[in-house]
Each structure stands twice: as C-alpha cells, then as structure tokens.
Design a protein around this ligand. Structure first.
Ligand SMILES: *[C@@H]1O[C@H](CO)[C@@H](O)[C@H](O)[C@H]1NC(C)=O
Ligand SMILES: *[C@@H]1O[C@H](CO)[C@@H](O)[C@H](O)[C@H]1NC(C)=O
Ligand SMILES: *[C@@H]1O[C@H](CO)[C@@H](O)[C@H](O)[C@H]1NC(C)=O
Ligand SMILES: *[C@@H]1O[C@H](CO)[C@@H](O)[C@H](O)[C@H]1NC(C)=O
Ligand SMILES: *[C@@H]1O[C@H](CO)[C@@H](O)[C@H](O)[C@H]1NC(C)=O
Length: 542
C-alpha cells in the first residue's frame, strides 16, 4: 500500500517536472528568439536585462509564461528582421514595430505566427513584396503596412483572412490592380501607391482619400474610361461607337428633356432638404445636464480599445442620434447612453472639464465639455470635421461630438495613465518611478510626431495649446496628444494664465496661434521633461 502511494507520488512529480520543463523550455525558446532579434537590429540598443525573465523586458508582454506581445514602436531600430527571431515567438498575438527604420523583407517565418492578431509595421522601410501568407494567418485582424517601401502586387488571397478588419497599405510602391475583396473590411487605405485598374465594388464605400495617389478609377473616384483597356472595367459601348457619333435630332431632344427633368428633381430635393433643416433648427435644443458625478471603479478597458494604433476614421459624419461619430470601432452608444454612463471628473482644462464615462458594457471614454465656444454652429461643425479626420498613433482619437446651443461635448478615447503633467508633478509616487530617461525620450518623440503630423496637414493647422497636461499616456507610456486644434473655436479670454509659461512671447491672442508658437511650447515641454525630476516645476508654468 505504502509503496503504491509513493509510486503514484513520484509519477505525479515526474509529470509535474516534465510539464515545468516544457513551459520553461518554451519561454526559453522565446528568449532565444528575442535575443536573435536584438542581435540583428542595429540602432538604439534594446536595454534588456539578460539575467531576468524576458517577460520583464521593455516592450515584451507575457501571458501564461509565453511571450504574447512585442511592442517596440518608435524605438529607433535599424536593419532587417532576422529569420528565427520574431518568427519563433509562436504564441505571439500582437506585434508592433511601427515607426522604426527597419528595412528588408518581412521575414518568411512570420508564417509560423498562427496566433497573431495585430500586426503593426507601418512607418518603416520594409521592401519586397507583401507575403501572401499574412492573409492565411487564421487569427489576423489588423494589418498595417503603411508608409513602407513594399512593391509588387497586393496578394490576391486577401479574402483568406476571414477575420481581417483593417488593411492599411498606404504610401508604398505597390503595383497592379486591387484584387476583388469579398470580406468586410472596416478600415482600408491604399493611397499613394502605383496601383492601377478599377476599384472593386465592395470597396466603393470607402472615402476617396483611401485610394488617392494611384492610377485607379471607379467609385468613389472618377468613373473608369470605357475606352481604356482595363480588364476589370465593364465593357464600354465601343463596338457601336461609330453610329453614336452622329446624334439624331430626336436623341438631342431626348437628352435636353432628360436634363431638364433631372434639374427639376434636384431643385425639388434641395427644397425639401432646406425645409427639413429649418424644421430641425426650430426644435428646441435639449437641455443637457452635466454627467452625473459618481465614483466608479476604474473599469479596465480592453487593451485593443486602449489603442495601440489609431483606428482609422470610419465614414465621417454618420449621425447616431444626436452624437456625430467619426470612429465606430470603439463601440456604439448614443447621447442618452452617454449621459447615463457613470461619470467621474478627470479635471478642468483650459477648454473645459473632462469626465471619464464608463458604460455598463465595459466601454470607457473620455468626455470633454467645452466652455466658451465662440463660433457659430456651422463653423464649429466644420472645425470638428477637420479634427475628426485626423488620425495618428500619437493623437488621442476623437470618437464623436455633440453640439447644441447649451452643450458642446467631445468624446475621446480614454487614456488610463492620465496626463504627463500629473505623472511628472503628481504626488503618486508609484507612477513617477516609471518615467526613466528612455520613457521620457519616447514621450518627447511621440509628442513631436503628433505635432509634426498636425503641421503637415496644412500650413495653418497647429495645436495651439501644447503643455504637459495635454500629453496623455497610453498603457505602454506612449505619448497621445489631446486638445489639438481647439484654440480657434474657444474664446481667448477663457484661457487662464497657467498656460502662459508655454505660450510663445509673440502670441498675444490665444486664438491667433501659429506652428512656430507650437514649436516654442514644445521646447518648454522638453525642458519640463528634462528637468522635472521629483515633481515640482511650478515655476516653469508661472
Ligand atoms: C527557431 O525555430 C526553428 C524551428 O523550430 C529552430 O530550428 C531554430 O533553432 C529556432 N531558433 C531559435 C533562435 O530558437
Ligand atoms: C537584472 O535582473 C536581475 C535578476 O532579476 C537583477 O538582480 C539585476 O539587478 C538586474 N539588473 C539590472 C541592471 O536591472
Ligand atoms: C525602395 O526599394 C527600391 C527597390 O525596390 C530601392 O531601389 C529604393 O532605394 C528603396 N527606397 C528606400 C527609401 O528604401
Ligand atoms: C497596370 O500597369 C501595368 C504595368 O505598369 C500594365 O501592364 C497594366 O496593363 C496596367 N493595367 C491597367 C488596367 O491599366
Ligand atoms: C489614407 O492615407 C493617406 C496618407 O497616404 C491619408 O492622407 C488619408 O487620409 C488616408 N485615408 C483614410 C480613409 O484613412
């Protein structure tokens, strides 16, 4: 009896150790793969502590003892990715290497990454063709290969990726036609390539900006010229063309009559629309109460929502009840839902107060109540359309807005780590320890990228209110710039003196801002990042 139980005990331990060995050896192979990666890429060294577990390394996230996420965005990495590196991280679900200077092909062993869901490689110099195996990865949801040097065709097996929602390929050297796409993509961009041929019908609902900078034709761009030899375009009336050159008097009369009828119909529609508009304006605007202030437990938002990559703008201007949405990927809600969500005051800024609104179903958003909006509704909406069309990894995503006479609300993605200002000067000791030099440099770089993006939109676009409390931080301490482009619609008198430390000396009216003034404010921000060691830097802002 006794020997039997001893035996079973030892069998148990044997199996247990086998299991332990299996787990550790898997993590060991993940470690080796990461070391291969580290030794191959040049540039800023990856300061990984070799005597510690890879799960503690910067940019590496583990789940159940395996590496599931590798995020090294904007880390100054050079060189090409090795085979036997990332491709050996077989449990990887998220790979973000965006905005580095990586070159060479996308490694062939990425085909081993069968659990990969999110692939962000935009903003590098990857070259070669887009490997078709990316679309046979069974779990892939987002592929962002924008702003690289990829050439060749778009693989024609895109439809194999049945879960794919995002495909960004803009600013590459891709050639050939866009393949027929039957899966339902939510986000798509192939602008600034060398694609030709006609746009498949299934993609005609995406905005023009998603296709511009190619030789493409068809909805939403100009219709394909029927005489051009486009294999995809429907056959034009070329055979009977000779006959139709000479139009009979009857045909001309028919065309004239048709034109007149169309014109009348258009006028009628216009008339109806105007009347409807008038009616809407007469409806008394709803009086909205401030969101109820009730403390909520800080509901953890799912990582995807916290946003690694900005979800591209869905069709802008889609009105959901009273809110105007720019981005639908965060989830659907309406104004009533928003007002019923439990809210918590986040702070009072120069443009208004911010709240954290948590919905019952787990969605968390940040709501900004604008104060002292000085422009009429039309200008406000125009401005918001511009802001809503902006999309950058280092800008806080504007999800929706609401406008009525008494209330102007902006809905942003919620950033759980709060603002840089709070982190630098706050008295929560726990947060500050995270801010080592590498993180600070990353934050400065991220903010600079966002500002440069704003400035590149056009020469008059500027942020207008750069300061540490407008630099929010994502889960991975990436800078997310908020409150961009609001200065022109807010009364200048409402800006308290507090921002004066950041304001360029020549700026006397807070609404007359310039890109140069942004650069000045950014300089002050850098100074603050460099000097704010243990909190208190109030003298800078006074
Ligand atoms: C990567 O995986 C391959 C095949 O499993 C193996 O031969 C190779 O040694 C691995 N490389 C590393 C660095 O672990
Ligand atoms: C590296 O990790 C080991 C073990 O966790 C630790 O003792 C050591 O202090 C770490 N070194 C550095 C430079 O952080
Ligand atoms: C892009 O790739 C082409 C070859 O495909 C190469 O000649 C060119 O130098 C590359 N450009 C950049 C910026 O890497
Ligand atoms: C697209 O371009 C390629 C070469 O650049 C050419 O061979 C092909 O005929 C073009 N297709 C269309 C539809 O214009
Ligand atoms: C597509 O990318 C281009 C940059 O090449 C950008 O200007 C445009 O706004 C993007 N369009 C969409 C719909 O994302």
């Amino acid at each position: 009896m006794k020997s039997k139980s001893k035996l079973s005990l030892s069998v148990f331990f044997f199996i247990f150790f086998l299991y332990l060995a299996a787990v550790t050896s898997d993590l060991e192979s993940d470690r080796q793969a990461l070391v291969v990666l580290r030794n191959s890429v040049r540039g800023r060294p990856l300061l990984w502590n070799m005597s510690a577990s890879p799960c503690t390394w910067h940019g590496v996230h583990c789940d159940a003892g395996r590496v599931t996420e590798l995020r090294l965005p904007g880390s100054g990495l050079f060189g090409s990715l090795p085979v036997g590196g990332i491709g050996n991280l077989t449990e990887l679900q998220t790979l973000s290497l965006r905005f580095n200077s990586l070159s060479g092909p996308i490694p062939s062993d990425f085909s081993n990454l069968v659990l990969l869901r999110y692939l962000y490689l935009q903003g590098n110099s990857f070259s070669g063709e887009i490997p078709s195996f990316l679309f046979t990865l069974p779990n892939i949801i987002r592929i962002n290969l924008g702003e690289n040097n990829l050439s060749g065709p778009i693989p024609d097996n895109v439809n194999s990726a049945t879960r794919l929602a995002t495909l960004y390929l803009e600013r590459n050297q891709l050639t050939g036609p866009i393949p027929e796409i039957t899966i339902t993509l939510q986000q798509f961009n192939v602008s600034s390539n060398q694609l030709n041929g006609s746009i498949p019908d299934s993609l005609s609902g995406f905005p023009q900006a998603a296709f511009q900078g190619n030789s493409l034709c068809g909805k939403p761009l100009n219709p394909c010229d029927a005489t051009a030899e486009s294999p995809n375009s429907p056959p034009g009336p070329s055979p009977g063309k000779k006959d139709s050159d000479k139009l009979s008097a009857g045909a001309i009369a028919g065309i004239v009559i048709a034109c007149v009828v169309v014109l009348l119909v258009l006028l009628f529609i216009l008339f109806c629309l105007c009347r409807k508009r008038k009616k809407e304006e007469n409806v008394p605007s709803r009086n909205i109460e401030a969101p109820v202030v009730a403390p909520t437990s800080a509901a953890a938002i799912p990582r995807e929502t916290a946003g690694n990559v900005p979800p591209a703008k869905a069709e802008s201007g889609a009105v959901n009840k009273d809110l105007t949405f720019f981005v639908k990927s965060f989830g659907e809600f309406d104004l009533d839902g928003l007002l019923k969500a439990s809210a918590e005051v986040l702070g009072k800024g120069t443009v208004g107060s911010s709240y954290k609104a948590s919905f019952d179903h787990g969605l968390v958003v940040a709501v900004k109540r604008l104060r002292d909006v000085v422009v009429p509704e039309k200008d406000f909406r125009e401005r918001l359309q511009v802001l809503g069309s902006m999309s950058h990894a280092n800008l806080v995503t504007l999800i929706a807005y609401y406008f009525s006479r008494d209330e102007k609300l902006l809905v942003f993605e919620y950033m759980s780590r709060g603002s840089l200002s709070a982190l630098l000067h706050g008295n929560k000791g726990s947060g500050r320890t995270q801010l080592n030099w590498e993180t600070r440099a990353g934050i400065a770089l991220g903010a600079a990228r966002a500002i440069s993006y704003l400035h590149s939109r056009d020469s008059t676009t500027s942020h207008g209110n750069i300061k540490s409390s407008n630099i929010l931080l994502s889960d991975s301490y990436e800078a997310k710039v908020s409150d961009y482009g609001l200065a022109p619609i807010i009364s200048s008198t409402s800006a308290p003196n507090r921002i004066d430390g950041y304001r360029a000396p020549e700026v006397t009216d807070a609404r007359k801002i310039s890109q140069k003034a942004d650069v000045y404010s950014f300089g002050v921000l850098i100074l603050e990042l460099l000097t704010a060691l243990q909190g208190n830097l109030q003298h800078i802002s006074n």
